[in-house]
Every structure is written in structure tokens, then in C-alpha cells.
Ligand binder design. Structure first.
Ligand code: GLN
Length: 465
């Protein structure tokens, strides 16, 4: 098929599904998409080189900057913001031939786990429209799951790629901190933020990762390490062997399969582990006693960093501007009217944790806990190639169910936040369907790897699926 035919079929599907899902905050005009596709077709016809993502239709989370579309980060404060540049990841995708379909919905500034915290609209889970798609990258997950686009970019500060991937039954990849440039990603908590990839298969997510990874002079925290050829994993024929994963050491994190986790989720993850065993992996149980400390440490650190990052929205430089009689009211009113309630709560929590007199008790202790968590992962990953846990303690819940109970929502992040605190890569894959309804709801499990060992995760994931 031609790129134009492909684009037409996806656009048709998008038109029919979007009124039920609300995954996009902005869709690129059809003629713009088709023109880009036509240019690619012409290049192919003339035997000109095209990139590895030629004609691939991508969704981009709306906290990632695009020069030709709005970039609101889900916030009313940035309603009229149009960045004059592309985020590095977006630029690289486009240079590889990708076509950006539109900007996907999210919890405001990435703060949330349901996408209900968007300042604009609520996105539905394609498997059950009365349920949340997860968050904060819920729009990207729903769009890939419903084939409104082929792959999508999200961001993951504490699980925002992995948990929605699990809720929507798609593949979600959170790379190592520093693997992908954060230039053009609207900052939430800079020491935790990464751009991540959604796909319907591990190969899709891996090829996307390959095109957007690497050092960038515009992000001092991006790594100078060479980018391995992630794609070579997908042409390997290893999976034809009877035990293709022989010798791979898998550690199942005991603390993640205990009470507080839905029993159906536990049994799906255990099935996935037996499947890995059948493929040749040796499986042991590992204990990470510090695991439960991740949640409080994460929420203190993420809120603290966000309170500082969000100070740039002052009504002067960009975003909403509410002019009053004096300068202070310009700051105050612009922020009061621009930010939603969850964001305000995070700013208050973060400012409190950083304030003189409380700093040692909260921020500093959380940093110490972060070091303990990082060390315990390192130790466990010296003895194991990958660690396994559920991606979330439950399947997708009802829209509204946790909206007024932030602590219950935060508790759902228990499986993912530790990985960000440790800066490690993790891959979430679907491993079953549970519960009522005709098809049930998807369950995902998480494989955590050593820093910069995305290759191993992709290889194991590809053979697993
Ligand atoms: N749910 C978590 C939070 O609200 C994680 C969000 C994210 O990864 N962006 O902070």
C-alpha cells in the first residue's frame, strides 16, 4: 500500500472512533497529513531514500512540543501556546519519515493517573468506554489501542507510559533516564521525566525508540552513550529455537505480588512468568524491602520539582495572561485561573516540602530513600537480567471512581514510581484479559532492566509476544 492509502485508512478510523474516545486534543488537518504522505510516495517512486518511519502515523502527547500544532500540556494555562520549535524526539521522528497525526490528551502537566485531570476533556478506555485509559499519557495509549495511529509518544515521570499501556492493552516502553532528549518536553519533574514509546508490538515500540534516542546538545542530561541497533532484535531468528531465552535470569519482585494487588492481576502476571520459564528463562523470587517506600518518596520529590518547574508560568513569558492593576495580581490571577486543582495541590505540597524547616524532614529524606531504592535495584539487577512486577495493581477502573480520592489514585502508581526513582528502563506488555464484559479488560506486566539495557528488554519482550 502507499503512504496515502495508509493515511486515509487511519484517518477514516480516527474520524469514526474519536467521538467516543476523545484521545486527541488536536488533530492535524487532513490535507496536511495527506500531503506529507504524498511526498513520501513520490520519494519512493523516484527511488529516493526514506527513513525507517516512512509513512508511520504517530500520536504525540500534548506536553511534547510541535512547531505546527498547539502544545497545551493538557493545561488551560497553555491554551494558546504554539511552540516555535519541535521537541528533539519529534524532529527525529519526522526526519525518519513519520507523520504526526495529532496531539494526545493527558492529565494537566502529566500529573495524574487517569487523564481525567486534563483541562479539556476526559478520554475513554477503548476496551470499555465507561473506564479510564490510565494516565497521564491516556490519550496516546487509547489512540494506539484503538488504531487511531500506529505508534505514539508519551512521557513517563512515575508511570505515565506504562500504566496506561497496561490499562489499554498495548506495549509501553519507558527508556533509561537520559536515553532520549527531553528538549521540548514540558517539564514536570526533571530528574524523573522521560519520553516513552507506545506501540501495538514490541517491535513497533523498539523501532520508534531507535529513531528518537541519542545525545542532544539541547539537553545536558541526555546520554552520550552510543545508541545500539535496537531494530536488529526484531529480525533475529532466535525465537525459532525451542528455548530461545535459555540462560536469561528473571527475578520476580515478591513485594509486588502481595496484598493490595488484584488477585486476577497476580494470576495473569504469574502466567506470564510461567511463559517466560517455558521459553527457557530461569526464574527466582527477589525481595526489594524498600519497594513500598517508593510511593511517598516519589510524591515528595515529584511535587517539589514540579513546584519549581511550574514557577515559569508567571503570565508574562507565555501562556495565560490575566492583567490586573499590579504585577502581583498578574502572577496570581494568571496562575489561579490557568492551573487546575491537581496542579495547584502539587505546587502546594512541593513548596511545603521544600520550605525552610521542613526541607530536612521531607525533601532530604526522600532523596535518601531514592538512593536506597536505586541501590537495591542495582543489587537485584546484578543477579538478574530483568525484574518482573505487574504494571499496575488493578485493571482500568471506572471514570470518576478515584477522581475525588487523590490518595487512592496515587496508590495505584506503586508498581511504576520506583523505576523512575532509579532511572531504569522498563517495558510493559499485555499478559491477559480479566474481569467481566465481553472481552474483559487488559492486564499488563512490567519488565525492568539495568540502565541502558533496553536491548535486552526488547529482545525478551519480542520473543515473549
Ligand atoms: N501518576 C503519577 C503522577 O501523577 C505519574 C505521572 C507521570 O508519570 N507523568 O505524578
Amino acid at each position: 500500500t502507499s503512504a496515502v492509502d495508509l493515511a486515509k485508512s487511519f484517518l477514516d478510523r480516527l474520524r469514526r472512533t474519536e467521538p467516543h474516545l476523545n484521545s486527541f486534543l488536536h488533530v492535524s488537518p487532513e490535507e496536511v497529513i495527506l500531503k506529507q504522505a504524498e511526498e513520501l510516495d513520490n520519494k519512493i517512486k523516484n527511488n529516493e531514500a526514506v527513513g525507517p518511519l516512512a509513512g508511520v502515523l504517530v500520536g504525540v502527547k500534548d506536553n511534547i512540543c510541535t512547531y505546527d500544532m498547539p502544545s497545551t500540556a493538557g493545561s488551560r494555562l497553555l491554551e494558546n501556546y504554539r511552540p516555535p520549535f519541535d521537541a528533539t524526539a519529534v524532529r527525529k521522528m519526522r526526519e525518519s519519515g513519520a507523520i504526526v497525526v495529532g496531539k494526545t490528551n493527558l492529565d494537566e502537566f502529566g500529573m495524574g493517573s487517569t487523564t481525567e485531570g486534563s483541562g479539556y476533556q476526559v478520554t475513554a478506555n477503548p476496551w470499555d468506554l465507561s473506564r479510564v485509559p490510565g494516565g497521564s499519557s491516556g490519550g496516546s495509549a487509547a489512540a494506539v489501542s484503538s488504531r487511531q495511529c500506529m505508534v505514539a509518544l508519551g512521557s513517563d515521570t512515575g508511570g505515565s507510559v506504562r500504566q496506561p499501556a497496561s490499562f489499554c492493552g498495548v506495549v509501553g516502553l519507558k527508556p533509561t533516564y537520559g536515553r532520549i532528549s527531553r528538549y521540548g518536553l514540558v517539564a514536570y519533574a526533571s530528574s524523573l521525566d522521560v519520553i516513552g514509546c507506545f506501540g501495538s508490538s514490541v517491535a513497533d515500540a523498539g523501532i520508534l525508540l531507535h529513531t528518537i534516542s541519542g545525545h542532544d546538545k539541547f539537553d545536558a542530561t541526555s546520554s552520550k552513550r552510543e545508541v545500539p541497533d535496537y531494530q536488529s532484535q526484531f529480525v533475529a531468528m532466535d525465537y525459532l529455537e525451542s528455548k530461545p531465552l535459555k540462560g536469561v535470569r528473571v527475578g520476580v519482585i515478591r513485594e509486588t505480588l502481595e496484598n493490595g494487588v488484584d488477585s486476577e492481576v497476580i494470576s495473569s502476571v504469574r502466567d506470564a512468568v510461567s511463559h517466560l520459564e517455558d521459553l527457557g528463562c530461569s526464574v527466582t523470587e527477589v525481595s526489594l524491602p524498600s519497594f513500598s517506600l517508593g510511593l511517598p518518596a516519589y510524591y515528595i520529590l515529584a511535587s517539589s520539582e514540579s513546584s519549581s518547574n511550574l514557577s515559569r508560568y508567571d503570565g508574562v513569558r507565555y501562556g495565560k495572561q490575566v492583567l490586573g492593576d499590579e504585577l502581583n495580581s498578574l502572577y496570581g490571577d494568571s496562575r489561579a485561573q490557568g492551573f487546575g486543582s491537581e496542579v495547584k495541590m502539587r505546587i502546594l505540597m512541593g513548596t511545603y516540602a521544600l520550605s525552610a524547616g521542613y526541607y530536612d524532614a521531607y525533601y532530604k529524606r526522600a532523596q535518601q530513600v531514592r538512593t536506597i531504592i536505586r541501590n537495591s535495584f542495582k543489587e537485584a539487577l546484578d543477579k538478574n537480567d530483568i525484574l518482573i512486577s505487574p504494571a499496575a495493581p488493578s485493571v482500568a477502573y471506572k471514570i470518576g471512581e478515584k477522581k475525588n480520592d487523590p490518595l487512592a489514585m496515587y496508590a495505584g502508581d506503586i508498581m511504576t514510581v520506583n523505576v523512575n526513582l532509579a532511572g531504569l528502563p522498563a517495558l510493559v506488555l499485555p499478559c491477559g484479559f480479566v474481569g467481566g464484559g465481553s472481552a474483559g479488560l487488559p492486564v499488563g506486566f512490567q519488565m525492568i532492566g539495568a540502565a541502558f539495557d533496553e536491548e535486552k528488554l526488547l529482545k525478551i519482550g519480542h520473543i515473549f509476544e
